[in-house]
Design a protein around this ligand. Structure first.
Ligand code: HEM
Length: 543
């Protein structure tokens, strides 16, 4: 007996036990019995029926029959790579997180994805892209599960099933939105106008990236960094996380995107793997926007708990805290890219969540979905998901348990396995601390803050920050996508939203649709144009 501890190997994929080459001197059954023949079934005579007795035939086909696991309910199509993150120490004044200390190198695994398409769908569709990073830190796994667009469609996770139902293929014909009827998507975003900001980013060139290597990444929510001061008190700061690609942020044109979808649906995953194989390792600077952790959690009037809002970089410049380089392709797509399990609740000491209601719901959803996608509660033991830190979790048994736990007393304190007196919780570091938060004196409510009701000002901010050519792409994208909507009432409702964003944008799209341009229904405050929002492109736009 002894402490309930196992130490993972540190290598996420290829420990001697895990990496089975499947080539050898002899072929065996799954139980190791040598086989003479794997190509012919056992029959009653050369021309006779196949015998149930053929245990090898049954084992081979049964295993094959169960090769597929459910695809992710969203972000099903993805491509991934291993990398390293090196911290420059700039975050040390805000957080105790060990992986953000100067000079610390941490292994990472990044999975890029589209949101709505199935596993076999095309890469260059118009969609948001996932940008999920697993940091295998010395204090456990930290996951930053972000996107390439800095805001989200909805403000409350309870609406996530609704927006995804609206965006996924139509239930009757299972025809994807991108190719046929667009009614449900536009019905949703025109009725739930908080989605208009995210949607205009999708209609811009951001919705059709040139390459995963040329995408920004955003944590979107505001997170809380925590630092333990010398006197033991906790100093907290609110932050937004940013990935900035060293190659710049680039898009394809819509015509290119459509052609590529037909000619090479694997365009983005091929591009990522080819670049890494050629030694052209993509790099991203990792940065934070820093805000004081005030009681109202706003910054210059922007509600930091509203995930449909950005904070312009003029107001809060990005502080670069490290750099990530992707330098190794997965050796097995299923074992790594498919079985990896990200979760916004995989936090390390020094990084905590906020009460953003979208983030709060995500904290439930990921573990829940992975229990069914990955077959039970033990998927953390899969090589790609193993922390590179010691595990002592007191968890036991369950489907697909592969660890043989030692000891008889999986509880603390205990007097049988050396668990009494209770061992020091943490040695040589700090424990995860839930930062105490004041509770507002409201009654329990489903209401949201009034600031969440501003749905158009930042959509206007984004649109007006674009160059004329980029604005033209946005106009054409709306005209194209809304042109696929059958219900006129939905087109009219979306035009109404565009009228609240920008009159000229609305007029262009209305004209293309052959409909009158409505007048705005809301007085939307004009906001200052943010040059920091400008998209870097590989085309020389007119000044
Ligand atoms: C998967 C991002 C909101 C539920 C993902 C993935 C990303 C992502 C990048 C793919 C991870 C991978 O590559 O394996 C985001 C962002 C959000 C957001 C940036 C908002 C800021 C939500 C919400 C919910 C949700 C509100 C549910 C309430 C899921 C689920 C998966 C997923 C169920 C599949 C996970 C799996 O099967 O492993 N999300 N998401 N997401 N997301 Fe989100």
């Amino acid at each position: 007996s002894g402490p309930d501890t196992y130490t993972p190997t540190g290598a996420p994929t290829t420990t001697p036990q895990d990496a089975v080459a499947q080539q050898g001197e002899r072929l065996t059954t799954a139980q190791g019995a040598p086989l003479r023949d794997t190509d012919h079934s056992l029959k009653a005579g050369r021309r006779g029926p196949v015998l149930l007795q053929d245990h090898h035939l049954r084992e081979k086909i049964t295993h094959f029959d169960h090769e597929r696991i459910p695809e992710r309910v969203v972000h099903a199509r993805g491509a991934a790579a291993h990398g390293v993150f090196v911290a420059n120490g700039e975050a040390e004044r805000y957080t105790s997180a060990a992986f953000l200390k100067a000079g610390t190198t941490t292994e990472t695994f990044v999975r890029f994805s589209t949101v709505l398409g199935s596993r076999g769908s095309a890469d260059t569709v118009r969609d948001t892209r996932g940008f999920a990073t697993k940091f295998y830190t010395s204090e456990g796994v930290y996951d930053l599960v972000g996107n390439n667009i800095p805001v989200f469609f909805i403000q409350d996770a309870i609406k996530f099933p609704d927006i995804i139902h609206a965006g996924k293929p139509h239930p009757d014909r299972e025809i994807p939105q991108a190719q046929s009827a667009h009614d449900t998507f536009w019905d949703f975003v025109s009725l739930h106008t908080e989605a208009q900001h995210h949607t205009i980013w999708n209609m811009s060139d951001r919705g059709i990236p040139r390459s995963y290597r040329m995408m920004q990444g955003f944590g979107i929510h505001t997170f809380r960094l925590v630092k333990t001061e010398a006197d033991g008190s906790l100093a907290t700061t609110l932050v937004k996380f940013h990935w900035r690609p060293r190659l710049g942020t680039h898009a394809v044109t819509w015509e290119e995107a459509q052609l590529i979808s037909g000619k090479d649906p694997d365009f983005h995953r091929r591009d990522l793997a080819d670049a890494i194989e050629a030694g052209a390792y993509p790099e991203w600077d990792f940065g934070i926007q820093v805000f004081p952790d005030t009681e109202d959690q706003t910054f210059h009037g922007i509600d930091l708990l509203d995930p449909t809002k950005i904070v312009p970089e003029e107001l809060a410049p990005i502080v670069v805290v490290g750099t990530m380089t992707l330098n190794r392709n997965p050796s097995n797509y299923f074992a790594e890219t498919e079985q990896v399990a990200f979760h916004p609740g995989h936090l390390v000491p020094g990084i905590d969540v906020t009460s953003d209601p979208l983030l709060q719901g995500r904290l439930f959803s990921y573990l829940d979905t992975q229990i069914s996608r990955l077959g039970g509660p033990n998927f953390g033991q899969l090589p790609i998901n193993r922390p590179h830190a010691e595990i002592n979790d007191m968890l036991r048994d369950g489907m697909h348990q592969t660890v043989v736990h030692r000891g008889v007393a999986p509880y603390h304190p205990n007097s049988l396995d050396g668990g009494c007196p209770f061992p020091a919780m943490v040695t040589g570091g700090e424990a995860f601390t839930d930062v105490p938060q004041p509770i507002q004196q409201d009654v329990v409510t489903r209401e949201q803050p009034a600031s969440f009701d501003d749905h158009f000002s930042q959509a206007r901010l984004f649109y007006r920050s674009l160059t004329p050519v980029e604005q033209l792409h946005v106009k054409q994208a709306y005209a194209f996508e809304l042109g696929k909507v059958y219900e006129q009432a939905i087109k009219e409702r979306q035009l109404q939203c565009l009228a609240n964003i920008d009159a000229e944008l609305c007029a262009f799209v209305a004209n293309e649709l052959g409909l009158p341009a409505p007048a705005p229904t809301e007085v939307v405050p004009d906001v200052e144009i943010s040059p920091a929002l400008r998209m870097v492109t590989d085309v020389a736009w007119p000044a």
